[in-house]
Design a protein around this ligand. Structure first.
Ligand code: ATP
Length: 486
């Protein structure tokens, strides 16, 4: 058991019993334990990691719940909000919202009790929320709850189109319970978020930027940051992913790293990642294409089969992530192959910890002898830096957030429709990497040059965003981004 930081007598209130049961409350780095002092000695333990916030309050209605007692005007309540891991009847875990209400009646006056509970509150906050001052924030930024402010973008058209409603009905209350202030921007058009992130002079004052959307708005945030003159410091601003789109690969991957029950309620586990205000470094990728000299990718680059499925199924956005399944069926029936040259720099035990030298321009040859090159007909070329590229697409099982690796999959023709179906079906378990007709390699950079014969019916996809087919190269930027993850 970790050392006790603070302990006191409170009255633990259940249901409408606002007098509560006398209990000893102990706070340590890891847990808050509430033990009844009476004969029962009943004990409740709350993991500090599950707590998102707490409020000081007084009983609004002195008649309510106290009919048999003298009116209590001096007690102050500490209400703790937490999301514990529970099991449902099928025994799969899920996060459940709970509250613990503690009445303080230590002192004879309301003001003294208020001060006392406020001390508990600030002690709890110092444990449950990160106090980090990120490098993008000036050293003089006061680190108080008022100074911790998020910039939140909501794409009302993400996925099934309920992101704004979800923000108002669910996410707002999380932020209130966690005592986090924010500025909200509802995006109105493509590029809206990117432009604000790119141009805002206020950005350094925010603790983080959050997207309530699919991966598309996250792409705009990372590219908006990258386009800023002060990117070298602003790349340190943590970004938060609250999934509402039809493609939510990053949010799904973050839950995977923490072994969180994402599928039961993606929103809860993702909001928890944000409201704790803890962040981690993540790899990004620098992309050059013929038409776009510099882009940032945080998720994936694809060409061929899977990119086509992604783009061709976009009109089915209203059905959420099921669009990928429908799109896959259609594309496998009309399987295409594409001529190209793919080159890659395999990881040979030397994963770069710092930024590697820039790649030569796309029209210059790759002189380094370590590059591997293949030319021919391909069904699919796809890469990612995170394990999940969609809720059920466990693309790179070994991927870690900041391993300095791009995981590259190459599927060369010929392969049968049956084999392609097997590839797509095995991706929900990540077993596609073992299929003999699939090349799956950890790399630090790659270059793809589509043959001139490839027509406009094929797409290049960067983080789910469509580009016309063109030459592209990518190189890892190890630990160049930051993401909210507890
Ligand atoms: N108000 C808006 N109307 C239409 N498009 C918007 C709006 N706001 C943002 N966008 C664009 O919508 C695109 C998709 O956004 P998002 O990722 O949130 O949803 P999605 O349903 O998951 O889509 P995708 O699967 O394409 O990523 C983004 O590229 C973004 O630029």
């Amino acid at each position: 058991m970790s050392d006790i930081i603070q302990e006191d007598i409170f009255y633990y209130c259940e249901e409408k019993n606002f007098r509560g049961i006398e209990s000893k409350v102990c706070l340590s780095q890891l847990s808050l334990t509430i033990t009844e002092t009476g004969s029962g000695n009943k004990k409740r333990t709350i993991n500090v990691d599950d707590v998102i916030g707490c409020l000081c309050m007084r009983n609004q209605d002195p008649n309510e719940g106290q009919r048999n007692h003298e009116q209590d005007t001096v007690s102050v309540f500490l209400c703790i909000y937490f999301y514990s891991l529970s099991k449902n009847f099928k025994k799969s875990p899920y996060r459940k919202r709970e509250t613990a209400l503690l009445r303080c009646h230590k002192y004879p006056s309301f003001v003294e009790n208020c001060d006392h509970v406020a001390k508990w509150q600030s002690m709890l906050y110092s444990l449950i929320q990160s106090k980090e001052l990120y490098p993008h924030m000036s050293a003089t930024t006061p680190n108080t709850s008022e100074s911790r402010r998020l910039l939140i973008f909501v794409n009302p058209n993400s996925g099934p189109g309920v992101a704004l409603k979800t923000f108002n009905t669910r996410i707002r209350s999380f932020l209130g319970e966690a005592n986090i202030s924010y500025d909200l921007i509802v995006t109105t058009h493509v590029g809206h978020c990117q432009k604000i992130v790119q141009d805002s002079t206020d950005l350094p004052k925010y603790t983080g930027i959050v997207a309530v959307s699919g991966d598309g708005l996250l792409y705009e945030i990372f590219n908006g940051l990258f386009a800023r003159e002060d990117w070298a410091t602003m790349c340190e601003i943590p970004v938060g992913a609250i999934p509402q789109g039809s493609g939510n690969g990053l949010a799904r991957s973050l839950a995977h790293f923490n072994d969180e029950p994402y599928l039961y309620d993606p929103l809860v586990v993702s909001v928890l990642n944000v409201v704790k205000l803890k962040s981690r470094e993540m790899d990004l990728c620098l992309i050059n294409t013929t038409n776009f000299p510099k882009l940032i990718s945080f998720l994936s680059v694809g060409w061929g089969l899977m990119a086509d499925i992604d783009i061709e199924s976009e009109r089915l956005r209203m059905i959420g992530e099921a669009r990928f399944t429908v799109g896959a069926l259609a594309r496998v029936m009309r399987l295409r192959t594409y001529k190209a040259t793919i080159s890659y720099l395999p990881v040979d035990g030397n994963v770069p910890s710092e930024q590697m030298a820039p790649l030569p321009p796309l029209d210059e040859p790759l002189s380094d002898q370590r590059w591997v090159t293949e030319t021919g007909e391909f069904v699919c070329i796809y890469s990612s830096m995170v394990p999940f590229i969609g809720t059920d697409l466990f693309f790179a099982p070994k991927s870690v957030l900041n391993d300095g690796i791009i995981w590259l999959m190459i599927v060369k023709a010929p392969v049968s429709k049956f084999q392609v179906t097997q590839l797509l079906l095995s991706m929900d378990k990540g077993t596609h990497v073992q299929l003999p007709w699939v090349t799956f390699v950890p790399v630090t950079a790659f270059r793809l040059i589509p043959d001139k014969s490839v027509g406009p019916q094929s797409y290049l996809v960067v983080d789910g965003e469509k580009l016309d087919t063109q030459a592209i190269q990518a190189q890892i930027l190890p630990r160049k981004g930051r993401i909210f993850m507890r």
